[in-house]
Design a protein around this ligand. Structure first.
Ligand SMILES: NC(=O)c1ccc[n+]([C@@H]2O[C@H](COP(=O)([O-])OP(=O)(O)OC[C@H]3O[C@@H](n4cnc5c(N)ncnc54)[C@H](OP(=O)(O)O)[C@@H]3O)[C@@H](O)[C@H]2O)c1
Length: 263
């Protein structure tokens, strides 16, 4: 049996690194994409199996995305699993937003996702069973205070998944959205936080390895969308049908001095 060929963006740390390790341990050939080449090489050196490849790339540069996919095609001759995982956070109240950072968040979390899907499409079309897993977030289904920009970028990622899974149905490419909740990675340290909003309590966070298992499960048996943690699933659904109740629940859950709106 030939190995499945996977591209994992944001594979230099956190969830992406855990996904790359898990897939390689299951016999996949893995292409590791991120900006920090040294970190990609570190992960590569520890992967079981062979035939893996690193693709140093800044996803905010559309031409660099094109080049990486071309290199991938030359090395792998196609693609079976695309894991769009790279992302950046931004903890800031709307009054503190800085246009440059805002652009970087949307370039990375939204535009790069669209452009990577577009560039990878010809490769995915050649696969016998193609799957795309977009790593969005539970906050894509319920915007949260202090993270309006990040929440909006992840809502866009959820929306892209909804559109794409129908658009690509004819090509039999399964598009899945995975919404992790809090996960113990360097994510919060890496992100802009101009107003110094308190970091969330990571006591209840999932390990990155647990999120990686969901990516593998989605590749084996694709589903449209999977949100981790039932309380967030409930919050997402309630926000659509009972927004006031959802606001109350959210404020209680977040703590941190946020107030429930009065109507
Ligand atoms: N941690 C959480 O609590 C949590 C919860 C829900 C969803 N998520 C989502 O999960 C995904 C992975 O996050 P994580 O928690 O694993 O955080 P992380 O450790 O900070 O990983 C982010 C990854 O994205 C890559 N990246 C960022 N900007 C990039 C760019 N311009 N070009 C290429 N690669 C870029 C980073 O690599 P380089 O710096 O080397 O480029 C890094 O590998 C993100 O999409 C995040 O939004 C995280």
């Amino acid at each position: 049996m030939t190995a499945r060929r996977a591209l994992v963006t944001g594979a230099s740390s956190g969830i992406g690194e855990a996904v790359a390790r898990l897939l390689a341990s299951k016999g996949y050939r893995v292409a590791l994409l991120a900006r920090r080449q040294a970190e990609l090489e570190r992960v590569l050196a520890e992967l079981p199996g062979d035939g893996h490849v690193v693709l140093p790339c800044d996803l905010t540069d559309p031409a660099a995305i094109e080049r990486s996919i071309e290199t991938l095609d030359t090395r792998f001759g196609g693609l079976d699993l695309l894991v769009n995982n790279a992302g950046v956070g931004y903890r800031a109240k709307v009054e503190e937003l800085d246009p440059k950072t805002l652009k970087r968040v949307f370039d990375t979390n939204v535009f790069a996702l669209l452009l990577a899907c577009q560039a990878a499409l010809p490769l995915l079309r050649r696969s016998e069973r193609a799957v795309v897993v977009n790593v969005a977030s539970v906050v894509g289904r319920r915007g949260i205070p202090g993270q309006a920009a990040y929440s909006a970028s992840k809502a866009a990622a959820c929306s892209i998944g909804e559109a794409l899974r129908v658009e690509w149905a004819e090509d039999r490419i399964s598009v899945c959205t995975l919404n992790p909740a809090l996960t113990t990675t360097g994510f919060f340290e890496a992100q802009a936080n101009p107003g110094d909003l308190p970091h969330p309590d990571l006591a209840e966070a999932s390990p990155a390895d647990e999120v990686a298992l969901h990516v593998l499960a989605l590749d084996r048996r694709p589903e449209p969308e999977r949100s981790l943690r039932w309380k967030w699933r409930l919050l997402g659904a309630l926000s659509a049908i009972r927004p006031r109740l959802a606001d109350r629940m959210l404020v209680r859950r977040l703590g941190g001095g946020w107030r429930t709106p009065r109507w």
